[in-house]
Design a protein around this ligand. Structure first.
Ligand code: ADP
Ligand code: MG
Length: 323
């Protein structure tokens, strides 16, 4: 049961769609703001203190007058209610008052994966492997529940703590939807340039594989300290992304294992039929390299340790294609 507090215009409209308890209550009565922790395209997120249970939470605040896609927000709540997984953000309560809508989420103290990787100098291939594995396990769960995320990127992957970048949580289901091969809604053009699967940009019919492509982009970034579609300007990034023109030279330069090279190439396969599902991807040899082999690989290439410096990575240009 999800408790929705302060039933007013928006929530009331949804009341017939979702089974919920609506209780007259005020967000400010139960929570104190601590600080702003993030800002996205649609909402502001704050760290808050809950006076009822003395716990820390995050609240995603939507200004009602800025909500131009009520149905999208309804979807976000509806989808978050269904998902219960340690690597997926948990929605606890929803509040509404005259001007705002508040989603009470678990607070992820480590912040965005993007800022973590920008602050740390080096990661080994083993760390990247664990991170990508956790991401694929969570995506497999989401996809098994017939949900597409559609905006997988390092800004939407949150960390429990800064000490461990592999312990991540998938957040921001603002562009997600249920997979319905007959529905038109699913084929909307949305996502973030630089991470988006080419079939979405090309207005083709698409499915769960779009999220796998974005995992490929993240893995590429982690291994090479650069992004696969980088260009001089936004247009160039869009063109590279559209034609799936990947800068493979960066991969060759970064001295990664053959298995890692093959795997990232597979995830970034432009034909979705040849790209693996999350479940198939999890069976790739890269995850099952015997430990010795990994150790050997590291010790053999001491001069060119497969480490990389994210600090030098140029900021990826991002455009959000709204629904
Ligand atoms: P938008 O849909 O506007 O992109 P997000 O859900 O992605 O909103 O949240 C925006 C930012 O707020 C995130 O990129 C992250 O930095 C921060 N944030 C979101 N949820 C949490 C959370 N549960 N704990 C900590 N920070 C969060
Ligand atoms: Mg976001």
């Amino acid at each position: 049961t999800l408790y929705l507090y302060g039933c007013k215009d928006i929530i009331e409209e949804w009341y017939s769609y979702i089974k919920i308890y609506t209780i007259q209550n005020d967000f400010r009565m139960n929570y104190d703001f601590i600080k702003l922790t993030g800002k996205g395209a649609h909402a502001k997120v704050y760290k808050v203190y809950c006076k009822r249970d003395n716990q820390i939470y995050a609240v995603k605040v939507f200004k009602k007058k800025n909500i131009n896609n009520k149905f999208g927000l309804f979807k976000e709540i509806q989808i978050l209610r269904q998902l219960q997984h340690k690597n997926v953000i948990r929605l606890n309560e929803v509040y509404e008052n005259a001007k705002h809508l508040y989603l009470i989420l678990d607070y992820l103290a480590g912040g965005e994966l993007l800022s973590a990787i920008s602050q740390t100098e080096v990661y080994s291939e083993t760390v990247v492997q664990e991170l990508i594995q956790n991401l694929l396990i969570a995506l497999d769960y989401i996809h098994q529940n017939k949900i597409l995320h559609r905006d997988i990127k390092p800004q939407n992957l949150l960390l429990r703590s800064l000490n461990n970048i592999t312990d991540l949580v998938i957040a921001d289901f603002g562009l997600s939807d249920e997979y319905n091969c007959k529905g038109e809604y699913i084929f909307q053009k949305c996502g973030t340039i630089g991470y988006i699967a080419p079939e979405i940009l090309r207005n083709e019919i698409y499915d769960y594989k779009v999220d796998i492509f974005s995992v490929g982009v993240i893995m590429f970034m982690l291994l090479t300290d650069s992004s696969p579609f980088d260009g001089k300007n936004t247009d160039e990034v869009i063109t590279n992304n559209f034609y799936c023109k990947i800068n493979f030279e960066q991969l060759t330069k970064s001295k990664i294992s053959t298995h890692a090279y093959d795997f990232v190439k597979l995830l970034l396969e432009q034909n979705p039929n040849l790209r693996p599902t999350a479940q198939e991807a999890l069976k790739h040899d890269w995850f099952y390299l015997p430990k010795m082999e990994t150790l050997q690989f590291f010790s053999l290439s001491l001069k060119n340790i497969p480490l990389f410096n994210i600090k030098k990575r140029p900021q990826l240009q991002q455009i959000l294609i709204s629904q």
